[in-house]
Design a protein around this ligand. Sequence first.
Ligand code: PLP
Length: 429
Amino acid sequence: MRFFSTNNSNNIVDLREAVLHSMPADKGLYMPCEIPTLKSSFFKSAANISLSEIAYEMAYPFLSKDFSKADIHEIIERSVTFPAPLVQVEKGIHSLELWHGPTLAFKDFGARFMAALMSRLVEQEDRELHILVATSGDTGGAVASGFLGVPNVKVTILFPQGKVSPLQEKQLTSLGQNIHAIEIDGTFDDCQAIVKRAFLDDELKAHSMMASANSINISRLIPQTFYYVHAYGQIEEKEHVQIAVPSGNFGNLTAGLLAKKMGLPISGFIAATNANTIVPQYIQTGKFNPRPSVQTISNAMDVGNPSNFPRMLLLYGGDHQAMCKDIQGFTLSDSLTKKCIQDVFEQSGYILDPHGAIAYRALKELLKKGESGIFLETAHPAKFLPVMKEVLGEIPVPKALSSLANKKAEKACFPADYEQVKEHLLNKA
Ligand SMILES: *Cc1c(COP(=O)(O)O)cnc(C)c1O
């Protein structure tokens, strides 16, 4: 498969270039040159085949030019290592639980697949691959876990001091081996600015081969198409399915749109956001107005300029009306999100996290008669303990999280100063 830049359709690269470099020099986003379609019999059979079998069929057209069938199987076996069960919350409304991976958020799907793919792509290189990533929450942990122990790869994660939860921080700082964490006395934007500058730095580039693991990497979207088909396989009422996606940078929803283009026979999507309402407003008005993000209790969706929007637009040929046929918008305030978590717990005993709760509520308000709904549960509620405690009191904490508390953390600390971080990177390498 070859990929082109959303900023210039003549800028075409192979899989290796798109995956190892994430972003074209023209600052566009890579998209597949043609979107493969699968037979309707494949989607009909989704109920009877496993998530890894679905994954193989869907990944194959993207990878078959660069890898053998055995290699593709191996990449899938290494990355799809946990289930994505569909759980009925009430009649007609189902939760697709995407938090059964090692870091308890859906980002494990993208990060593990990217890690498996990148580690194969660097096998032919004689230099070490250095992955740099800035994180404000779940991405860093998933990337760290995905690359842990991968030979010939080193990972450095930059995170803003005091702006990731204590458990999230432990997920970044306690792994050791080839994973290094740097705490920046600054904001997420400072971290991202340092990472971006590092990629343009000739001295660093001469030192090691550098790649980014940020969420715009196309290899993170491919594996996110798998679970949409798996969810469709598991739902009983297959006629008029709506899928609500709690969204921030809109990678998850873009993957859903890809799955639909590949043939997944669902009716449509709901773009569910918190107070950062840029995309729902675009759906409503046809105007895309990025602005500074607002802080909310669903912090993984606090994004003011959704980076995947150009991909969404491109999938509809820039046609606002066409996009509106497939996507409805929905937004929910923090106070109503808390109320929703409380109501659902009282009615059914199901514990929603603050992100999934918005998507649940979207289905509740927008599903029409005869439609059935799936919402994506993007993280385990225990990743957001302070809010959950406030709303529901104590909730069960999985061992993968509680055991982190006793682990030894290691991190380097720097001010938001590029030269100091660069010096550190050069000395460590
Ligand atoms: C990253 C994240 C989101 C937002 O996903 P996008 O693909 O950026 O829209 C939603 N929920 C959780 C828990 C996340 O970590």
